[in-house]
Design a protein around this ligand. Structure first.
Ligand SMILES: *Cc1c(COP(=O)(O)O)cnc(C)c1O
Length: 427
C-alpha cells in the first residue's frame, strides 16, 4: 500500500487505524495482535480488558513486575526535578548507582549506556583498548560461542555470529572467533597472538536457556589468566537477580574483568552499563567512549530504585526460593506432558521448557490461557516471571502451562481423528 492510499484510509475506522499504525513501523518484528494498557505486579491488562500472567517480562526486563511503587515514586520524583543534562557535567545519582553496582560486584568502574547491545559494544571496546594501552594493539580478537546473543549492532552481531541476523548487512565486523559453547579445548585452540578476550554468557538466554557448567566457566577464567586475556561476561539477561544471585557468575564463583548489564537494570526504563575492574578499564581515558543519553538522571533514578528493592535483605533469597518451587513444578509438567515438552532447564527465574512440539505452538497455547512467555533458540519456551511473583501466582502459572499443554495434546488428538471421543469425555 502506498503512502497516498494510507493517507486516504478512513481513520475513524478501528481496523484502518490499526493497520495504518502497524504499517508505519518498520516491520522487523513478528508482533502478536495484542496490546496492553497497564500492568500491576506480575499481571498485564490488555486493551480489551483481559488479564495476562506475565512470564515474559518484556524479555527479562520487568524484574520487579509492573508499576512497582518504589520505581514509580522514584521516576515521578526525578521527572519533576530534571530529566537530562549531559555527561559533560557530573551526574551525582549516576555516581551513586555506579558505586552501588561496584560495591555489589567485582567491578571498580562503570560506564552507563542505554541498551544491552550498547553495553556489549562498550565491553568489546574496553577489552580491545586494554591491550592497546598495554602496548599490544594487535590483540583485538575475541573468542565467542555458538548460540550466543550479544545484540543487534554490527559488532555485537558479529560477536553472536548468527548467520541469519547478519545476512545482507555487508561485511561482518572482523575479530570474532566462534567455538562451541562448553568446549574448553575448542577455546584453547582458538586462541592466538591476536586474542584479546573471551566473551561468554553464564546462561545462554536467546540461545535456548543453555546453562554454562561451573567447570566450563571456571575453565575460561583459567585460560584467560594463562594467556593474559580479559574474561568478559554478557550478563545483559542473566544479571540483576534473574538467575538467583545479583549476577550469574557469582553462582559459580568466577570473576570476570568486564561485564555488560542492561535489561532489568532499570526495571523497564532503558539503561545499560559496562562494568570493569580498574585494570581492565585502564585504556578508557577521556574521549575514548561516550553516549548522549547514557546514565541520564531519569535512567539512574530507575536504576537506583531497582537496587533499593533488590538489595534489601532477603529479596534475592525469596526470589530464589520461588524459583526452585517453579522449577520443581515445571518438572512435574514435563512428566505429565511428554509429547509436548521434554525438559525444564535454567537457573533461578531464567527457566526454559525444551519443547517436543514447535515452541511457537506452545507460546500461542499459553497466550490462549492468558500467560505470556518468550521463545528462544533450541526450540525452547522461556518462562521469565518477575522476581516479585507470589507463590499463589506461581501455582496459577503452572496451572495455565498445564492447561496449554493439554490443549495441544487435544489438538494433536483431533488431528489423528480421536477428537470426538475427547470432546465427548470433556462434555
Ligand atoms: C537482550 C540481550 C542483549 C541485547 O540487548 P538489547 O537491549 O536488545 O540491545 C545482549 N545480550 C544478551 C545476553 C541479551 O539477552
Amino acid at each position: 500500500m502506498g503512502r497516498a492510499s494510507l493517507r486516504r484510509a478512513p481513520l475513524n475506522s478501528r481496523v484502518a487505524r490499526r493497520s495504518s499504525a502497524m504499517s508505519h513501523l518498520l516491520p522487523t518484528y513478528a508482533r502478536a495482535d495484542l496490546a496492553f494498557e497497564r500492568g500491576e505486579g506480575a499481571w498485564l491488562v490488555s486493551t480489551t480488558g483481559e488479564r495476562y500472567l506475565d512470564c515474559h517480562c518484556g524479555v527479562a526486563v520487568n524484574a520487579l513486575g509492573h508499576a512497582h511503587p518504589v520505581l514509580v515514586e522514584a521516576l515521578k520524583a526525578q521527572a519533576e526535578k530534571v530529566w537530562h543534562v549531559s555527561n559533560l557535567f557530573r551526574v551525582p545519582d549516576a555516581e551513586r548507582l555506579a558505586a552501588r553496582l561496584c560495591e555489589a560486584s567485582f567491578a571498580d568502574l562503570v560506564f552507563f549506556c542505554n541498551s544491552g547491545a550498547e553495553a556489549m559494544e562498550g565491553a568489546i571496546k574496553v577489552a580491545r583498548k586494554y591491550h592497546a594501552a598495554n602496548g599490544a594493539p594487535e590483540r583485538v580478537r575475541i573468542v565467542t560461542f555458538e548460540g550466543a546473543f550479544h545484540g543487534r549492532t554490527l559488532a555485537t552481531l558479529a560477536a553472536g555470529g548468527q548467520k541469519k541476523y547478519m545476512e545482507g548487512f555487508g561485511p561482518p565486523v572482523e575479530g570474532f572467533d566462534q567455538v562451541p559453547y562448553g568446549d574448553l579445548d575448542a577455546v584453547k585452540a582458538a586462541i592466538g597472538p591476536q586474542t584479546a578476550a573471551i566473551l561468554v554468557e553464564a546462561v545462554q538466554g536467546e540461545g535456548g536457556v543453555r546453562v554454562g557448567t561451573p567447570q566450563f566457566l571456571r575453565g575460561l577464567r583459567e585460560i584467560c589468566d594463562q594467556n593474559g586475556l580479559l574474561l568478559v561476561f554478557d550478563e545483559v539477561q542473566t544479571g540483576m537477580g534473574r538467575t538467583g544471585p545479583l549476577f550469574a557468575h557469582q553462582r559459580v564463583g568466577v570473576t570476570p574483568d568486564v561485564m555488560g548489564v542492561a535489561k532489568a537494570l532499570g526495571g523497564g526504563f532503558p539503561v545499560g552499563a559496562v562494568l570493569c575492574t580498574a585494570e581492565a578499564g585502564k585504556g578508557m581515558t577521556v574521549g575514548t567512549h561516550g553516549s548522549t543519553f547514557g546514565g541520564n538522571p531519569l535512567a539512574v533514578a530507575a536504576g537506583n530504585a531497582v537496587l533499593d528493592v533488590m538489595l534489601a535483605p532477603g529479596f534475592l533469597e525469596a526470589a530464589q526460593h520461588k524459583a526452585l518451587l517453579l522449577k520443581q513444578r515445571l518438572a512435574a509438567v514435563v512428566d505429565r506432558h511428554p509429547t509436548i515438552v521434554r525438559e525444564v532447564r535454567g537457573e533461578g527465574l531464567l527457566l526454559g521448557l525444551a519443547c517436543v512440539v514447535p515452541n511457537n505452538e506452545l507460546i500461542t497455547a499459553l497466550r490462549e490461557e492468558k500467560l505470556l512467555a518468550v521463545a528462544a533458540g533450541d526450540n525452547v519456551v522461556r518462562i521469565l516471571p518477575p522476581l516479585i511473583i507470589e507463590e499463589t501466582e506461581i501455582a496459577e502459572a503452572v496451572d495455565r502451562i498445564d492447561r496449554a499443554a493439554t490443549r495441544l495434546e487435544r489438538a494433536a488428538g483431533a488431528a489423528q481423528g480421536v477428537a470426538p471421543k475427547l470432546e465427548g469425555l470433556k462434555g
